[in-house]
Every structure is written in structure tokens, then in C-alpha cells.
Design a protein around this ligand. Sequence first.
Ligand code: S3P
Length: 178
Amino acid sequence: MRQTYKNIILIGFMGVGKGSVARVLARKMGVFAIDGDDLIESFANKKIKKIFEEDGEAEFRKIEKNLAKFLEKSVNGVVISTGGGFYKVKNLNKIGTVIYLKSNFDKIIERIKAAPNADKKLAKRPLLSDLNRAKALHKERDEAYAKKADLIINVEDKTPQQVAAKIVKLLNRKHLKG
Ligand code: S3P
């Protein structure tokens, strides 16, 4: 991780591959990858699905905001993958350089369905339980993700390795804020 980057944060819709790309990218850069939803699960001591069911989405969003404060204040030099709604936190751009992994909705669903653990991937995401609503959410968020991003990478039909290589190339070319 060069000194110019506080952290790299990956944002984008559910199932777009933020976690996989974060791990490959972190390895390439020789730093740790951390996942926002994993931190939320360890904080709440339950799975995201259970937080939605037992405490409601509003409580989940509250924890996301607290996580964002923690990341801004205490975390440096890592690649962070985030849940699909994390982009809304007010201090997102203070946490680090924001990269939007962009894909159209149908390709995302195709990608999830092709995964060996497709059922699990769908079941753990409460907001994917109704695909029509998820499609509308994707449409609504696409522009919002782009607005928050320092870099936008189209990930359609690309492997995490290809996406990570592209990110490294673009970051090297562009001097982004730290
Ligand atoms: C959400 C995305 C999920 C998870 C939660 C809410 C969203 O993460 O944070 O279910 O609002 O898009 P992934 O993007 O990793 O699926």
C-alpha cells in the first residue's frame, strides 16, 4: 500500500464480487483485506440475516454507521470490502479511496447462480429474496455508487484477478487522495 492511500474501499451491489476482489487485490499489494460485513457479524455476534430478522434493517444500518466511524478513525493501509448499502455512510470518502465495482443486474444474478454455493449466497442476503425489488434497488443505487467513487471499474465477465490487476494499473496511473 503506497503512503498516498489511507485505505482502498470497494463498494457496489450485492454479489458483484467485492470480497473476492478485495482478497486478491490485498495480496497483490501486500496488505490485509478486511470485510465490513464480517466485522458487523462479529460485533453483533450473529449473522447479517439474523440481524435483519431479529433487530431490523434500521439497526443494521446503525451498526454500519458505527463501523464507518471506526474505520475512519482506527484503520489504515488495508483493502476493505463493504456491504452493498455501506456506500451511504456520510464519512465514506474519509475512510480511503473508493472504488465502485460496477455490473448490470442480470450479470450479477448470473454470477451468483454460477457459483458452487449459489443457494447459500442467495439465502444469506435478505435484500435479494425478491429479485424484482432487488433489480429496482440496483437501478436506484447505480448512480449513487458512481457519485461516491474515485474510480469505477466494470467487472462484467471479469475474474477477481483481472479486476484486481486493472485496479492496480489505474491506481498507479492516478494520484488519488489519501
Ligand atoms: C446489503 C448488502 C449485503 C449486506 C446486507 C445489506 C445491501 O452485503 O450488507 O445484506 O444493502 O445491499 P453484500 O453486498 O456483501 O451482499
